[in-house]
Design a protein around this ligand. Structure first.
Ligand code: UDP
Length: 236
């Protein structure tokens, strides 16, 4: 598979939800796992940062009277649920994986240690990064940008429900324009909803390209990794 050699795939918790309103849709999880399997089988080194919004988001905790930091830790824990689910489905398909957590939880996963992560990648294991950055007030998008840089990924692949970045929400506005390519500054200035601004700034400061693409189009993970023109590219 020509294209990228080492990539960081960001899967939101919402992505695992499919059409459900909570939790994990097994059909969606299975399809994602099959595509990850194909990417790994082609020898591409893959780190996955997984979100947790299908179970819990810090901001919804605040509305329930929970303080922000505690709510955010609850959100980080929810990413670990998704990581274990993805790991299990991948391993059933024979894909060798490791879950690395930013919050120590030794009974069920390794703590995140950068050098270990690099070794796992070299050995062809798919890494699932759980627990976000391990800090409240951040998001798993920022964790994706951070881990991508740490492992020397060539690109952050942000899987979404739409086929790229639009000038407005295409599900609500039919005239929304789809961008093929944007600069980081355009994304920040136009306040386009791609990733949060911390994540975009981190990518900008370190010149790490982002591709926003549609997770639900069949084989799209494989296609984007091959370097096919899928989604919207964000770069300098
Ligand atoms: N979170 C956090 N620090 C991090 C990553 C995540 O506090 O480094 C919390 C935050 O409350 C967030 C929740 O975990 O709402 C779930 O992550 P996120 O919303 O990024 O998941 P996604 O939208 O990708 O499903």
């Amino acid at each position: 598979m020509p294209g990228y050699r080492r990539v960081l795939l960001k899967l939101s918790g919402e992505a695992l939800m499919g059409d459900l309103s909570f939790g994990i849709d097994p059909t969606v999880l299975d399809r994602i796992a099959r595509e990850i399997q194909a990417v790994a089988a082609a020898g591409v080194e893959l780190g996955v940062v997984i979100g947790g919004g299908n179970f819990f988001r810090g901001l919804s905790g605040i509305s329930q009277g929970i303080d922000r930091a505690s709510a955010d830790y609850m959100g980080m824990l929810s990413t670990i649920l998704n990581a274990l689910a993805l790991q299990s489905v991948l391993e059933k398909k024979g894909v060798s994986t490791r879950v690395l957590t930013a919050l120590e939880m030794r009974a069920l996963a390794e703590p995140y240690i950068r050098r270990r992560a690099m070794r796992h990648l070299e050995k062809g294991r798919v890494i699932i990064f759980a627990g976000g950055t391990g800090n409240p007030y951040f998001t798993t998008d920022t964790a994706a940008a951070l881990r991508a840089m740490e492992i020397g990924a060539e690109v952050v692949l942000k899987a979404t429900k739409v086929d790229g970045i639009y000038s407005d929400d295409p599900r609500k506005n039919q005239n929304a324009e789809r961008f093929v390519e944007l600069t980081y500054l355009e994304v920040l200035e136009k306040k386009l909803k791609v990733m949060d601004s911390t994540a975009v700034s981190l990518c900008m400061d370190n010149n790490l390209p982002i591709i926003v693409f549609d997770l639900y189009a069949p084989d799209n993970i494989v296609r984007v990794v091959r370097g096919e023109p899928v989604g919207t590219l964000v770069r300098q």
